[in-house]
Design a protein around this ligand. Structure first.
Ligand code: LA6
Ligand code: MN
Ligand code: MN
Ligand code: MN
Ligand code: MN
Length: 593
């Protein structure tokens, strides 16, 4: 038997298995051999604990500290901002141009949205849509073809104007089916498909529209129907992969700008403005990332807890998706820290710690008495103190900005997370497979979405009140729906690796276990859960009396969209697959030429 570097019999016990070099590296860092720290190994001996530890073998980060600090972006220069201002005024004039009535103007708004620059023109867009809604819908005037009807329907609903699904009735025959003359109208079908994803529960026409459009778009692509030019077929393929309504605007912007540039007659002003604005925002993101990476290095967590994922860039990247806008820099930065600590804490619970250590950690976290910290093993102390510091820093910021004491509320978010994590660790140790419902009742918290949305709510709400915060902690359904998107997307992308290394059964396995489904059927089942949840989320997004502000509702939906993007091709958060590397690189590091 090979000799291990760890003492074999500190408490008179032999390790049950040899330590790998990885274990040794971890052990020597996490449990330096002073008598003081040995005591902190709690009930188990270090040997026994270490021999039971799992490993996920996470790779080092792709983009390290030096790379991030060396980023040097010309677009922070004021001359670019000046040019952007000029262009913005010109685009505004285009929008206000009275001649451009009808479908052209709708397409312009759609292009502004797709290219991620509509936030500059919120007032103008609202004015136009109000005018359309008042003239057409209030007065029930005749409307146009499938293409313009569907486009108008989508834009109006996106902006909170109610339009009934019944406007699609005129495209149906007497049997209530969509008429066959639309089957070849690929452009119209594409708009119908996009519009149909704004459906809410019980909207059968939109459900039928989605099926009809999906079927014939696929057929037309396969048959290469005459009239589909290359650009249109690219758009169709991309939408079938994921509809526009499920995509985060910022993450889709680069692709859309490039697509716009390939059209036969792109407007040069619009194109220049979209590219410039994209690059200016990217430069601001890089500045924020530099701050975040200096913080991450200062914590020393990556070196001291080498079993955990070191994913600062990914953790920051999440937030460019769901916390958009020049005013949200501080929130994006804070949430990068939150995500990094969630990721470490999750690996402590899922990979590294023993159940006894986790029970102790959870006890200490629930009481949150910082003086009890020394009961924990050193590696847990580091995570806990980093968490405590982040909570205090954030609360200090909120106190300064809004005059409100938020420490207990921010702590509560982490306590709930810890509680849900421990539940999973117990299930794992008992080899218990919950039903899907039982699993989801815990898993929407254990995916950490309530923590993220809670921090975002407190940081981004204008004129916040204490009662708003305590209401938040009742976790309205919206929080759960957002968390459902993130949880299911994560399970679809990560559960294969998780089960291989040993982890609690995830949604797919829970579903399989209790219904004798195949894996494919179970995946379809949980994808169905995402679809059903979208209908509820859409209802709330379109409501005029939502409990949350429109801005916060959009963030909650965007966090779900972000997860669908991160896990679209597997584990984009932990596993560094090629697709996510390219995505992060093109959005965060490479300006549009
Ligand atoms: C997911 O990892 C992870 F680390 C997160 C921080 C959650 C997703 C990221 C967000 C929402 P993993 P688990 C920023 O797949 O153990 O290990 O809950 O999460 O399945
Ligand atoms: Mn995990
Ligand atoms: Mn976990
Ligand atoms: Mn209020
Ligand atoms: Mn997972």
């Amino acid at each position: 038997m090979a000799t291990s570097l760890m003492p074999t019999t500190i408490f008179g016990m032999k390790p049950t298995k040899d330590l790998t070099s990885f274990d040794r590296k971890v052990a020597s860092k996490v449990f330096p051999l002073s008598s003081n720290t040995l005591l902190s190994c709690s009930a188990l001996t270090c040997d026994e604990a270490n021999s039971n530890r799992r490993s996920a073998n996470y790779k080092p980060p792709i983009w390290d500290f030096d790379f991030i600090q060396s980023l040097n972006n010309q677009y922070t220069d004021a001359t670019y901002a000046t040019r952007a201002c000029e262009l913005k005024e010109q685009v505004k004039t285009m929008l206000e141009d009275g001649d451009m009535w009808g479908v052209d103007r709708l397409e312009l708004i759609d292009d502004l949205q797709k290219m991620g620059i509509c936030y500059h023109f919120e007032d103008e867009i609202r004015k136009i849509l109000t005018c359309i809604w008042e003239t057409r819908y209030a007065k029930k005037k005749e409307i146009g073809d499938l293409f313009s009807t569907a486009l108008e329907f989508r834009l109006l609903r996106q902006h909170g104007f109610f339009v009934s699904q019944d406007i699609f009735d005129r495209f149906k025959n007497e049997r209530g089916e969509f008429e066959s003359r639309h089957e070849e109208d690929t452009k119209g079908l594409l708009q119908l498909y996009e519009a149909s994803h704004l459906l809410t529960e019980g909207e059968e026409t939109l459900e039928a529209a989605r099926e009809f459009a999906t079927f014939f778009l696929n057929r037309n692509l396969e048959e290469g129907t005459v009239g589909i030019e290359e650009n249109l077929s690219l758009l169709v393929r991309r939408s079938l992969e994921m509809p526009l309504h499920w995509r985060v605007q910022r993450l889709n912007a680069r692709w859309s700008i490039e697509e716009y540039g390939r059209r036969p007659d792109p407007n040069p002003i619009l194109l220049e403005f979209a590219k410039l604005d994209f690059n200016i925002i990217q430069a601001a993101h890089q500045q924020e990332l530099k701050h975040a990476s200096r913080w991450w290095k200062r914590t020393g967590l990556a070196e001291n807890l080498p079993f955990a994922r070191d994913r600062l860039v990914e953790c920051y990247f999440w937030n460019i998706g769901w916390l958009f806008g020049p005013k949200n820099g501080y929130s994006r930065l804070t949430l990068a820290k939150v995500n990094s600590l969630i990721t470490v804490l999750d690996d402590i619970f899922d990979v590294y710690a023993t159940l006894e250590e986790l029970q102790l950690l959870n006890d200490v976290l629930q009481r949150w008495n910082i003086e009890e910290m020394d009961q924990l093993p050193t590696y847990m102390q580091m995570c806990y103190l980093a968490l405590n510091n982040l909570v205090d820093d954030t609360a200090y910021h909120v106190l300064k900005e809004q005059g409100l004491p938020t420490v207990p509320y921010l702590r509560k978010l982490w306590k709930d997370l810890s509680h849900a994590y421990l539940q999973e660790a117990k299930w794992y140790s008992e080899a218990y497979t919950p039903t899907l419902e039982e699993y989801m009742n815990n898993a929407w918290i254990s995916i950490s979405t309530p923590v993220m949305l809670g921090f975002a709510f407190i940081l981004t709400t204008n004129s916040l009140h204490m009662e708003d915060i305590s209401n938040f902690l009742n976790y309205h359904d919206v929080i759960r729906w957002s968390a459902t998107f993130v949880r299911i997307a994560d399970d679809l992308g990560t559960s294969k690796d998780e089960l291989e290394r040993g982890d609690v059964p995830k949604s797919i396995q829970c579903s399989m276990n209790h219904s004798d489904e195949s894996k494919e059927a179970a995946e379809e089942h949980v994808r169905g859960l995402i679809r059903r949840t979208w209908k509820k989320m859409n209802r709330e997004l379109q409501a005029t009396d939502s409990v949350f502000s429109g801005k916060f509702m959009k963030s909650a939906a965007d966090l779900g969209r972000m997860a669908m993007y991160m896990y679209q091709h597997g584990d984009g958060h932990g596993h560094q697959n090629l697709q996510i590397r390219k995505r992060i690189s093109s959005l965060l590091f490479e300006p549009i030429p």
